[in-house]
Design a protein around this ligand. Structure first.
Ligand code: RB5
Length: 145
């Protein structure tokens, strides 16, 4: 079974961590769709979030990973788009429950508030945890829409 294509994008605060996570994706058999940014020049996180959302919407990627300084602004921006459920996570438990209960399709991480190992654990947990399903969780997700 082929693994899903994972879109990944970061602002200037997150581009170094993005590089680390692209390597983690490749090492674990995932195809990364790297949407930038690729340097320290300042960019606006809403523009980066929109870029990644469009890749999910048009089917170029099944899941997304966004990185800014805290994971907060870029996650807020992504969640303004219908069909996007972005979860800002700081540890693997949050990432697991974001998938199991919220069926999150975008993981949002903060490069200034977590190290690469914690980010790696979040990413791999996010990608390997299925949605629990069931009426209870699905009903709540439907209400988000
Ligand atoms: C950029 O300096 C910073 O504000 C941004 O990366 C993010 O942390 C916003 O939520």
């Amino acid at each position: 079974m082929s693994l899903p294509i994972v879109a990944i994008a970061a602002d200037h605060a997150g581009f170094v961590l993005k590089g680390e996570l692209v390597a983690v994706l490749a090492a674990n058999g995932y195809q990364a769709l790297d949407l930038g940014t690729d340097g320290p020049e300042s960019v606006d996180y809403p523009d980066i979030a929109e870029r990644l959302v469009l890749a999910i919407r048009d089917g170029r990627a099944a899941r997304g990973v966004l990185i800014c300084g805290t994971g907060i602004g870029i996650g807020m921006a992504a969640n303004r788009f219908p069909g996007i459920r972005a979860a800002t996570c700081a540890n693997a438990t949050m990432a697991r429950l974001a998938r199991a209960h919220n069926d999150a399709n975008v993981l949002s991480l903060g490069s200034r508030v977590m190290g690469v190992e914690a980010a790696r654990d979040c990413l791999l947990t996010f990608l390997t945890t299925p949605f629990d399903g069931g009426d209870r969780h699905q009903r709540r997700i439907d209400k988000l829409a």
